[in-house]
Design a protein around this ligand. Structure first.
Ligand SMILES: NC(=O)c1ccc[n+]([C@@H]2O[C@H](COP(=O)([O-])OP(=O)(O)OC[C@H]3O[C@@H](n4cnc5c(N)ncnc54)[C@H](O)[C@@H]3O)[C@@H](O)[C@H]2O)c1
Length: 297
């Protein structure tokens, strides 16, 4: 999507961190912004700041995990402009603690915000984006933890794997449309994510070792990359129609080691008499023309 000037972008989690930074970078390119966030005060302040900087911006309160909120957001967005850029970015940390003791309510919440919300976002805007003609772009925020998982929350890592999976699968679906797609996989960034997570999580607040981990993570993330740099990188990826958005190359050697381990695990077929999967038939059975990953066989 080469020209962003005058295009309308819808950004979730737009009240803070990477969402707000990307909104600013889009605004600097002349895009019009609809910022959506669960935090009403943050989103109103963020939209007012953008307007003061000369950007046409609307702030909307939206809980991305609530399907009914999306219907209202879709109506409000329609009154503002034709959404051509959708940045489904809102997310929360998973918290800490051993998996076998994890609170199911917190698990459902983390998945609802980090993964399920992408469906609601796409149900609200993607059909119209495909139909309107001309370039559009969808970007989803996953994380570097979905590429190389560090020893942090299982709920967070797995919900970010879900986002990477959604983006990868959608990439096939969007291949023959004018909607580009990107998946943002940042490493650490100095945002409010730990504080936001503690404030929004359902149920009792974390105690003991889990609370200590959250405190430690606040200090670690404070030294992370500026969200502004990540926002600028996201905008470049939209302009260049890049799928993977990697911002932290220091993880690359670990990604290589992980892929090498996976490749080494491919051995002999479990059935030496089996001729091999008919992948062309699989593609055709699903009404598709090709896969994004094509190799000579
Ligand atoms: N900060 C990092 O180190 C880092 C690294 C990789 C990926 N990410 C991802 O980046 C995205 C943005 O997070 P951030 O780091 O900018 O954090 P942040 O807390 O600064 O911003 C996230 C925003 O999302 C909003 N939000 C949370 N739940 C919501 C909901 N249910 N509905 C609507 N809005 C909601 C919050 O109010 C907040 O304003 C998340 O998806 C996060 O997982 C962050």
């Amino acid at each position: 999507m080469k020209e962003l000037k005058g295009k309308t972008a819808f950004v979730t989690g737009g009240g803070s961190g990477i969402g707000l930074a990307t909104a600013r970078a889009l605004g600097a390119r002349g895009a019009r912004l609809i910022l959506a966030d669960i935090d009403k005060a943050r989103i109103e302040a963020a939209a007012a700041d953008l307007r003061a900087a000369g950007v046409d911006a609307l702030g909307l309160q939206l809980n991305v995990a609530e399907e009914a909120d999306w219907a209202r957001a879709g109506e409000a967005a329609a009154g503002f402009g034709e959404v051509r850029i959708l940045f489904s970015n809102a997310g929360v940390g998973g918290g800490s603690g051993k998996f076998e003791t994890y609170d199911p309510e917190v698990w459902r919440w983390a998945y609802a915000v980090n993964a399920h919300a992408h469906l609601y976002a796409c149900r609200t805007f993607l059909g119209a984006m495909k139909a309107m003609g001309g370039p559009c772009h969808l970007a989803l925020t996953s994380s570097m933890v979905a590429i190389v998982p560090p020893p942090i929350s299982v709920a967070y890592i797995s919900s970010k794997f879900a986002t990477l999976g959604i983006a990868t699968a959608l990439r096939n679906e969007l291949a023959d449309t004018e909607v580009g797609i990107s998946v943002l996989c940042p490493g650490m960034s100095a945002t409010r994510i730990v504080e936001t997570t503690q404030r929004l999580r359902p149920g009792a607040s974390e105690q003991g070792a889990a609370a200590q981990t959250a405190q430690n993570m606040t200090s670690v993330l404070a030294g992370g990359m500026s969200p502004d740099k990540i926002g600028q990188r996201v905008v470049r990826a939209i302009e260049r129609d890049e799928f993977f958005i990697f911002t932290h190359p220091e993880w690359k050697a670990m990604a290589e080691a992980q892929v090498a381990e996976m490749l080494a695990a491919f051995g002999e077929s479990a059935d030496p008499d089996y001729p091999g999967d008919d992948i062309e038939s699989l593609v055709a059975a699903n009404g598709a023309k090709r896969m994004n990953v094509a190799v000579a066989r």
